[in-house]
Ligand binder design. Structure first.
Ligand SMILES: NC(=O)c1ccc[n+]([C@@H]2O[C@H](COP(=O)([O-])OP(=O)(O)OC[C@H]3O[C@@H](n4cnc5c(N)ncnc54)[C@H](OP(=O)(O)O)[C@@H]3O)[C@@H](O)[C@H]2O)c1
Length: 412
């Protein structure tokens, strides 16, 4: 028997839907939605729109004013109990006269935690755990960062059915459909950084900006991070265009030419120096640590074959994989595959990934995979942190104000 009624569940679902509006806008804060209910009807609702803006519960209570007295408040995250850029939400709730608070998951941040206990001390009824899985799921970037001080790592890749990322002549644009590419921009829009290898930067000359379609406007672009051990990349690449805004970080080895590092810094770019891994390539774990030290909670790796192999096989740093497989075969023993590197010696060394989703994205197959050892906020968790796992198209339509199906043209 479910502990919660269908109505209670529906109100919390609405809080989660509202929270998701904060995708790409709220970092380093979590996405939070609030629904205020009185006599079985919603009287106010809100969501957190970004750092320094009112918290969701404070905004909903302000909207309700004196009507909040005797109401029930639904939140996907425990209300905070500390004075940050805004005041403690626990006190705002107590002042408002709310009689009961439902929340899905506790706040793991030791500075902000304790809100629920404070409410109970003040005589407010507290109900914990409603739709907890979805709520853990939604804010995985935030939870991993708060718990481990490391960013959540997503790897996205596109291939043909035979696992090729380009033809034998190097033609790779575009393997995946427009719908898959749109979805990739949606992921970029939600992460704090995008990471690529030197060869992809040189060959594809990507901008690495998030260009989500439809009405959604980006407040901040993700940081662009490129691995260039010896600083060989030409400076006329789009990545280095100052008009893009936001930082470009070049990750180099300690051996790279000091003058080249100084020049990059003078041009306004950031240079990180990291040690090498046993493979002789830059240590990806060290790169991920640097990204965390910069205060970034999430990174999307868009790898070529070499970087994919480092990330998935040699260093195992990935928390979630989005893989798009186009319904085509490319063949060719010399055409590049998803993973390069040395490869494993025996099957016994291969570790299985969990398949979280096996679905379609336009004409493509869309796989969401979780490697062994990936971060999971809750031990039983089985779904993806990138929004829209359950009802993808409706979520995307709502965020982007566009019928997602109409963007699914067949050209590659
Ligand atoms: N289908 C897709 O989803 C997709 C996505 C991205 C790229 N691509 C394609 O992939 C091709 C490029 O792939 P690639 O394998 O040649 O190169 P890559 O993975 O883009 O870049 C590899 C280079 O990055 C540098 N690097 C430094 N540390 C590294 C580390 N820990 N792991 C990996 N690389 C590190 C090294 O540069 P140095 O050589 O200077 O040491 C290395 O040779 C392009 O044709 C591109 O179009 C396809």
């Amino acid at each position: 028997m479910a502990r919660w009624t269908p109505k209670e569940t529906a109100f919390m679902r609405e809080a989660l839907r509202l929270a998701r509006q904060g995708w790409g806008l709220v970092s380093p804060n979590p996405m939070v939605g609030a629904v205020l209910v009185k006599k079985g009807k919603i009287i106010a609702k809100s969501w957190h729109t970004g750092p320094g803006q009112p918290h969701a519960e404070a905004a909903a209570l302000a909207e309700a004013g004196s009507k909040a007295k005797g109401s029930e408040l639904y939140l996907n995250l425990e209300p905070c109990n500390h004075q940050g850029r805004t005041g403690p939400c626990s006190e705002v709730i107590i002042q408002s006269g709310v009689s009961k608070v439902y929340y899905s998951v506790p706040d793991p941040n030791p500075i902000a935690a304790g809100g629920a206990n404070r409410l109970e001390e003040a005589g407010i009824q507290v109900d914990r755990g409603l739709l907890a899985d979805e709520a853990w799921d939604l804010n995985q970037f935030f939870f991993k960062y708060v718990i481990q001080k490391k960013p959540f790592v997503i790897l996205k890749t596109a291939a043909s059915l035979d696992g090729k990322i380009a033809t034998r002549t190097g033609d790779s644009r575009w393997i995946s459909s427009k719908a898959s590419r749109n979805f990739s921009h949606h992921i970029r829009a939600g992460v704090d950084a995008v990471l690529i290898g030197r060869t992809t930067a040189a060959k594809d000359n990507p901008e690495l900006s998030a260009r989500p379609w439809g009405r959604r406007k980006m407040h901040n672009q993700p940081w662009r991070v490129v691995l260039d051990p010896l600083l060989k990349l030409p400076r006329d690449l789009k990545l280095f265009d100052p008009k893009l805004g936001g930082p470009t970080v070049v990750v180099s080895s300690f051996e790279a030419d000091q003058k080249a590092k100084d020049n990059l810094r003078r041009q306004g770019h950031t240079v990180w120096e990291v040690p090498k891994a046993p493979s002789g390539l830059l240590s990806l774990s060290a790169v991920i640590d640097e990204i965390g030290k910069a205060g970034l909670q999430s990174v999307l790796i868009e790898p070529g074959a070499t970087l994919a192999s480092s990330a998935l096989i040699e260093e195992n740093v990935v928390d979630l994989i989005h893989m798009f497989m186009a319904p085509i075969f490319l063949g060719g023993s010399d055409s590049p595959s998803l993973l390069g590197g040395r490869g494993l010696d025996t099957l016994s060394l291969a570790s299985e990934v969990d398949i979280l989703k096996l679905g379609r994205m336009g004409p493509d197959i869309h796989l969401v995979l979780r490697p062994q050892g990936a971060f999971a906020a809750a031990p039983h968790q089985t779904v993806s942190p990138v929004i829209g796992y359950g009802s993808l198209n409706e979520d995307l339509d709502e965020l982007y104000g566009h019928d997602f199906d109409q963007s699914q043209d067949q050209d590659r």
